[in-house]
Design a protein around this ligand. Structure first.
Ligand SMILES: Nc1ncnc2c1ncn2[C@@H]1O[C@H](COP(=O)(O)OP(=O)(O)OP(=O)(O)O)[C@@H](O)[C@H]1O
Ligand SMILES: [Mg+2]
Length: 387
C-alpha cells in the first residue's frame, strides 16, 4: 500500500502550496507520487500550471508525479450504488436531484472523497499519495461518521418505512433488513478508511498554519481534535514567516511571529515545525514549488532499491510493488481476511479489497485457482505458479 500524506489547516494558509511542493519534491527524489485535491476551485491545477481532471494525469515537467482533482459533481450513487439503491425512497426516489441522504448523514461528501482516495491507496503502483484536504473540520466530520451511521441507522430505517409508503407495506421488514445490511457494509468500509488514516505506518497528517495568534490557536485546537481520533499528526508547516529585512515594522512583526511560533512549540512539543518565509509574489509553477520544497524539507534523499527509507516527514516509504520471482507482496494494513477476494479474467488476477478489485501486476498470465494467497502481518503474499 502507498503511504499517505495529508495536509490540512484553515483556509488560505498555504495547504495547496505546501502539499503540491512536497509532492513535486518526492517525485523529484524518484518516488511515484499521486497528488490528490478535493478543492472544487481547481487550485492544484493553478498551482502546478497544469490542467488536472478526475483521473490521474501525468504532470509535465515532473517525472513520477501524477495529479488528480476529485470530481465535485460525483454523486454518492456513483460510488456506493447499493447503498443508494436501498436508501432509494429517502434519496428522492426516481429524482436524482433530490439527494436527501446528505441531510440525513452528515459527512457523506467527505466519505466519498476518502473512499476515492482509498481506491488509489490500494493501487500498488503508487509510492506516496499526497492529499490536499478540505478544511480540517471536514476531515473530523468524516472521522466521526461510523458512530453517526450507527446512531442514525434505526432512525433512517424508521423514516424509510414512512416514506417508502406502499412499498414498505408490501415488502415489510425485508426491505428494512436489506437497508440495514447495506448501511452496515458502508459503515465497515468507512471504518476501514478510518483505520488506515489512523495507522502511523501508512498516514501522516501535516498541519499548515501562519505565524499569527489566531492561526496558532486554531492549530492547537485542530491538533487536539485529530488526536482524539488518534490520527498521526507529526508535522506543522508555519507558512508566510516575515523575512528578515531591516525595517522597524518588519522587525516588530518578526518578534511577534517568533513569540507565536514559540507558543506553538511549547503547546505541542512533539510537533515537528517547518518554517517557510513569505515570498514577494504568489507561488505558481513547478520551479517556485521546488524552491518551497527545498525550504520545507531540505534535500529529499532516497536510496535506490526497494528498502524502507525516511522522507523527512516521519514516514517510511516502500517503493512500488514488491515482487520476488513468483511472489507478489501487497502491503494492506488493517485488512481482514474476509475483506479480501481473488478472481481472474483473461489471464489477469484481480485482488478484491473491501469489494473493490485491483489487477495484480505480474509478468505472465495466470489463473486465480493457481495462485496461492496468504495473509500474514498485514502482507498479502500471492504466490504464482512458476514458469
Ligand atoms: N510563502 C508564501 N509566500 C507567498 N505567497 C504564498 C506563500 N504561501 C502561499 N502563498 C500564496 O497564497 C495563496 C494561498 O495559498 P494556498 O492556495 O496554498 O492556500 P490554501 O490553504 O490551499 O487555500 P484554500 O483554503 O483556499 O485551499 C496562493 O496564491 C499562494 O500562491
Ligand atoms: Mg487550497
Amino acid at each position: 500500500m502507498a503511504r499517505l500524506l495529508l495536509f490540512g489547516g484553515k483556509g488560505g494558509v498555504g495547504k495547496t502550496t505546501t502539499s503540491t511542493s512536497t509532492a513535486v519534491g518526492l517525485a523529484d527524489s524518484g518516488l511515484k507520487v499521486l497528488l490528490v485535491s478535493s478543492d472544487p476551485a481547481h487550485s492544484t491545477s493553478d498551482s502546478l500550471g497544469v490542467q488536472l481532471g478526475p483521473e490521474p494525469t501525468a504532470v509535465e515537467g515532473v517525472d513520477g508525479l501524477w495529479g488528480l482533482e476529485l470530481d465535485p459533481e460525483a454523486r454518492i450513487s456513483d460510488h456506493i450504488p447499493k447503498l443508494t439503491e436501498s436508501l432509494g425512497p429517502l434519496m428522492g426516489g426516481e429524482n436524482p436531484d433530490l439527494n436527501a441522504s446528505e441531510m440525513i448523514l452528515p459527512g457523506l461528501d467527505e466519505a466519498m472523497a476518502f473512499d476515492e482516495l482509498l481506491k488509489h491507496l490500494e493501487n500498488p503502483d503508487w509510492d506516496v499519495i499526497v492529499f490536499d484536504t478540505a478544511p480540517t473540520g471536514h476531515t473530523l466530520r468524516f472521522l466521526a461518521l461510523p458512530e453517526i451511521i450507527e446512531k442514525w441507522a434505526d432512525k433512517i430505517i424508521r423514516m424509510h418505512r414512512v416514506t417508502g409508503g406502499i412499498r414498505a407495506l408490501m415488502f415489510g421488514s425485508k426491505d428494512g433488513e436489506k437497508m440495514r445490511d447495506e448501511l452496515e457494509k458502508f459503515r465497515r468500509r468507512v471504518l476501514h478508511v478510518r483505520r488506515i488514516l489512523c495507522n502511523p505506518d501508512v498516514t501522516r497528517f501535516t498541519l499548515v498554519t501562519i505565524p499569527e495568534k489566531m492561526g496558532v490557536n486554531e492549530t492547537i485546537r485542530a491538533h487536539q481534535a485529530l488526536d482524539e481520533f488518534k490520527l498521526p499528526v507529526s508535522g506543522c508547516v508555519v507558512n508566510r514567516m516575515t523575512p528578515d529585512l531591516e525595517h522597524e515594522f518588519i522587525q516588530t512583526r518578526r518578534s511577534n511571529e517568533r513569540k507565536n511560533v514559540d507558543d506553538l512549540s511549547k503547546s505541542l512539543p512533539d510537533l515537528h515545525l517547518h518554517e517557510v518565509e513569505l515570498k514577494d509574489s504568489d507561488i505558481h509553477g513547478i520551479e517556485s514549488l521546488r524552491n518551497i520544497c527545498a525550504e520545507l524539507h531540505g534535500e529529499i534523499n532516497i536510496s535506490d532499491g526497494l528498502g524502507p527509507f525516511d522522507i523527512g516527514l516521519g514516514l517510511e516509504v516502500h517503493r512500488g510493488t514488491w515482487s520476488d520471482g513468483d511472489n507478489v507482496l501487497l502491503h494492506l494494513p488493517g485488512i481482514a481476511r474476509e475483506d479480501l477476494s481473488l478472481r481472474s479474467e483473461s489471464g489477469t488476477v484481480y485482488v478484491g479489497i473491501n469489494s473493490r478489485e485491483h489487477p495484480v501486476p505480474f509478468d505472465r498470465p495466470a489463473k486465480a485457482s493457481q495462485v496461492n494467497a496468504k495473509l500474514e502481518d498485514d502482507i498479502l503474499r500471492l504466490t504464482f505458479p512458476s514458469e
